[in-house]
Design a protein. Sequence first.
Length: 519
Amino acid sequence: MTSHFFTELSNDIGKLYENKFNSDVIIQVGEREGDYKEFRAHSIILSVRSSYFQSAFSSNWVKKDGNFLIFKKPNISPFIFDIILRYLYLATIDLNKLSKLEILWLLIAADELNLHTLIENIQLFAINKKDEFYQFFLSNQDSIDILQIIFHHEACSSFREIYIKIICINAKLFFASSTFLNLDESILKILLKQDDLALDEFEILKYLMKWGITQLNFHDFNSFNSFNDFFNNKNWTEKEFKELKIIIQGLIPFIRFYQISAKDFQKEITTFKYLLSKELFENFSNYHQNSRNTRNSQNIQTLDYYYDVDNDFIDHIKVDVNLIDLINLTPRNFENSRIISSKHFNQLRNWIKNVDNNNDNNNQSCGFKLLYRASQDGFEIKTFHNLCDNQGATITIAKLKNSHKIIGGFNPLSWQPYDSSNGETCSWGKTNESFLFLFDNNNNNNNNKIARVDNSYSSHAISYINSKGPCFGYGWDLVICDNTIEICFTYNYFDSAGFLDNNKIQELEDYEVFKVFNI
C-alpha cells in the first residue's frame, strides 16, 4: 500500500519559511528609497520550485557576500514577493484574501518568475470571478496604472479582453477623460482597432487629434469650438502642424473615414485638407458628393499620406495609406444611433425578446449593427436595398422632421429582392414576430408604444418592393420612400393607429437600419 503525506511534507518545509534555518540567499526586494525589504530563503528550494531562480543562481545574476547569495528584485513589491515566497514553500495561496489590484500584480510577478502553475490558477480564478473583475475595472476605468498593467503584460491578456469590452461600451466617457490623453500610442492603436468601439467615427477622429495636440503641449484645444477654428488659428505654425502629423501618423490608418458623414466632412473640411493627401482628400470628397451607395475600390493605388510639405520633411513622415484598405474597414459594430439612446435600445431588446420589464441588463445578448444611415449614405431607395437586403433580421428607426416622434419597425425576416418578371409589383413575408413602435419624447416624457402584427394577418406582415424602402403590412401599415414616411392603413398592425395621421406623408430628418443578431 502506498501512502501519501503531502500535507505533512508541506508543513515541514513551511517551517523553513518561518525560521529561515540554514538559509543561504538574501533577496533584496523593492526600491531602497521606498518600499524595500530583505528576505532570507533557501536556494535549493527556490531552484526546484522556479526555473527562473534556477537560472539566476547558476549565472552572474547574483553576488556573494560571505555565505549568502545576494539577489536583487527591485521591480516587485515586498508584499507581493512575500505571497510568492510563501507559495514556493507551502504550495498554498488564498486569492480571495487579495484585492483585485493585488491579484494583477501577483500575476505579473508570477509570470516573470516562470511560476506557470500559479499563473494558470490566477487566470482560472479570474474566469470564475469574471463579473467581479468586470465591476472592478468598470469602477477603475480611468486608472492609467491599471491600463499600463493590463496592456503591457501578456500574462494579463484574459483581463485585457474584459477591460477592452468596458472601454468600448463606455467609449465616450473614457475618451473624454484625462486618462485617454495620457495613453501611449500602442494602447491607443489597440483601442482604435476595435470594431465595437461605441463612438461615432468623427468623434473618434476628434479625440485622436486632441490626444496628438496634448502630446505637443502647444495649444489648449478646449479653447476652440471646432477643428476649423483650431487650424485656422493664427498662432498655429507650420512647424507645429508638422510635428502633430508625426505624432498621429501611425494611428490615422485605423480611422474609418468612410463612416464619417457628409455633413461632418463638409463641416470640418479644412481639417481633412490638412490631414489627407490631395488624392485621398479628393477621393473622400467625390465619395460624399457623388454615389454614396457604391464604394468603388477599383484602380485605386497606394498613396502617400502627407503632401504639401518640403521634401526633406516628407522623408521622415512618409506613410503609405492604401485606399482599398480604408474602404474595406468595416463599420464599427455598436449601437451608434444618432436617433435613439441606449435606453431605447434596451426597450427594443425587450420587445424583440417579448419581455415585459425594461431592465437595462436584460437580454444584452441581443445586439445591433448599423447597416444604413440615410443622412450618411443617402436617402435613395437603391442605397437602402444595396446595404440592407439579405442581411437577416433588422430594426428600422426613423426620426420625423420638426417633430419629437421616432417611429420604426422590426423585421425578423430579411429584406429580399424578388423576381418581378411575373408581373407582380411586390411580395410579402409571413411572420408573427414583427412589430411597429413609437417613441414619443415630447417634454422628456417617454411614451413608448408597440404594435405587434395581428396573427390573423401575419402572412402579409412584411412587404418587399424594389421601388420603396422598408415596408410593413399589406397596403401599407408603414412605408418609407426616400426621405418620407407614411401610414396608409392600420391593417396588419392595428395598434399602430395614432402613431401618425393616416394617409399623410411626412418628411424624415433621418432614418437608420440596424442588423439584429443573437435573437
